[in-house]
Design a protein around this ligand. Structure first.
Ligand SMILES: NC(=O)c1ccc[n+]([C@@H]2O[C@H](COP(=O)([O-])OP(=O)(O)OC[C@H]3O[C@@H](n4cnc5c(N)ncnc54)[C@H](O)[C@@H]3O)[C@@H](O)[C@H]2O)c1
Length: 450
């Protein structure tokens, strides 16, 4: 994510790197037992998933759905090149995905459409009995958060929120340190999505990134739908890249839970300035009033007495950082500055470079598959998130990041909106597990399978 432009350039290079890697065998490997996947939405992100899936020998892509014919034909080419049978195509209209869901030849689906489609599609997929993977964020409103949980419980069908940052190498090493109690009892966290997205929110309708100040009907890719959320909502609309990894470290929904949140927003000047600088002050978009504050700060309290500061900062010039900090009774890690301090191990009052610590606690998954993963996109984490999805779906078992996680993390959006609207008034999180968080066991993260 640090640079989507670089990322796109790199994808081709990495794909080759993985293609020449030895045959990776993840569990089931007989052709008769291949997992049959239907793709819903094959824009930029869905195409990344297709490319990663095509490198595996335990899945088949049996159906693809998108309303954009250009995306369909690009992905058909890739699937054909990989030597797989031509998948069924669903491209008639916004609801053609429902026909894909009727296919017997689909065991699992991956949903990588614009945000407003996620819950509706995930709900329909679970109702159809398809193991469901949904891109981030999973839900936009509190009603949608409950829809995910209720549909999962009613149908018994599993869903996974495809949060790739949970699988980043430094995050997994720090998770390993947390589980080995290196930081001691956990107290405080910081995280967020701090990514200058001005070149994503606007384009010229021809190239996704870097040119023009159009959006909505006149834009392409994410500017077609994402920018609308900045125009209409003063909320942290993209909380999961930050909060997902922290939630895993602090056992949210599995012995702990989010209790309440307060949020504040700054004024919003970044998007307007970008339009004026790149399209001129007379461009019609320069007259728009974007509701979203440029920096939105939410503070979450957990049942175990920790606080988590979550920042959304996407409209101003800035280098990328998810701003992680993990702090406990014995010390802390900060991603900015790449530094760690552990009392009794580090020199008193002096930071250690994080490098040696992260190497020492490198996660077993990264030790085993890191070399193969490195090119899979977003520095390797895309490989692991898809691997976890495929492995869980093949066994039809609960995934590491489930419907309760999707609901609790996504709930930050409507709750931050309410809090901001009411001058920072605290908002309570619903208990999406209906009390089960007290006895649900943490997922076993420290293993080398998925
Ligand atoms: N985890 C990550 O690192 C990461 C990175 C990028 C995007 N994403 C997420 O992935 C999702 C997709 O983002 P993107 O960048 O690919 O956007 P995109 O606009 O490039 O792709 C979305 C695709 O969905 C299709 N679509 C829209 N409505 C549809 C419908 N009713 N039926 C079928 N197809 C439909 C569009 O035609 C488009 O091809 C978003 O939720 C985004 O937040 C996640």
């Amino acid at each position: 994510m640090s640079s989507r432009r670089n990322f796109i350039k790199k994808t081709a290079v990495v794909s080759t790197a993985i293609a020449i890697a030895p045959n990776l065998t993840f569990g089931i490997n007989k052709s008769s037992e291949k997992l049959k996947i239907g793709m819903i939405g094959v824009g930029l992100r869905g195409t990344d998933h297709v490319n990663n899936l095509l490198l595996r020998n335990d899945v088949l892509i049996t159906a693809i759905c998108d309303i954009d014919p250009a995306r369909i034909s690009l992905n058909l080419d890739a699937i054909k090149k990989a030597g797989q049978k031509e998948p069924a195509v669903y491209d008639k209209n916004d609801y053609d995905y429902r026909n894909l869901l009727e296919l017997k030849e689909v065991d699992a689906v991956i949903i990588a459409t614009p945000w407003l489609w996620h819950t509706r599609m995930a709900k329909d997929a679970m109702l159809a009995g398809k193991y469901t993977g949904v891109e981030v964020s999973a839900a936009n409103t509190m009603e949608e958060c409950w829809d995910l949980v209720n549909t999962h419980e009613q149908t018994g069908t599993h869903m996974m929120i495809l949060e790739n940052v949970n699988y980043r190498r430094d995050i997994m090493a720090v998770l390993n340190m947390v589980k080995q109690n290196i930081f001691g009892e956990l107290v405080h966290f910081r995280c967020g999505y701090q990514h200058d997205l001005r070149f994503v929110k606007f384009n010229d309708g021809k190239t996704p990134y870097g040119k023009g100040v159009e959006f909505g009907e006149k834009g392409i890719s994410e500017s077609k739908w994402r920018t609308q959320h900045s125009l209409l909502r003063n909320a942290d609309v993209y909380p999961t890249h930050g909060v997902g990894p922290i939630a895993a470290m602090t056992d949210i929904n599995r012995g702990n839970r989010f209790l309440s949140l307060t949020s504040h927003a700054t004024k919003g000047i970044g998007l307007h300035n970008y339009i004026v600088d790149n399209g001129g002050k007379d461009h019609p978009n320069a007259k728009l009033n974007f509701k979203q504050g440029d920096v939105i700060t939410s503070t979450i309290e957990t049942a175990r007495g920790e606080t988590i500061i979550v920042t959304h900062d996407c409209n101003l010039p800035r280098p990328y950082s998810l701003g992680f900090r993990v702090q406990g009774a014995n010390g802390l890690w900060e991603v900015d500055g790449n530094r760690i301090y552990i009392e009794g191990k580090s020199k008193p009052h002096e930071w250690d470079s994080a490098d040696d610590w992260l190497k020492q606690y490198d996660h077993p998954l990264w030790i085993k598959y890191g070399e193969h993963a490195m090119g899979a996109g977003h520095g390797g984490m895309d490989f692991f998130v898809i691997n976890a999805f495929v492995e869980s779906a093949k066994q039809n078992i609960a995934p590491p990041l489930d419907a309760y996680d999707a609901a609790a993390w996504s709930a930050i959006t409507p709750l931050s909106e309410l809090s901001i609207e009411n001058n920072g008034e605290p908002q309570n999180f619903p208990d999406f597990t209906r009390g089960l968080w007290l006895k649900r066991q943490p997922y076993n993260w420290i293993k080398d399978t998925y």
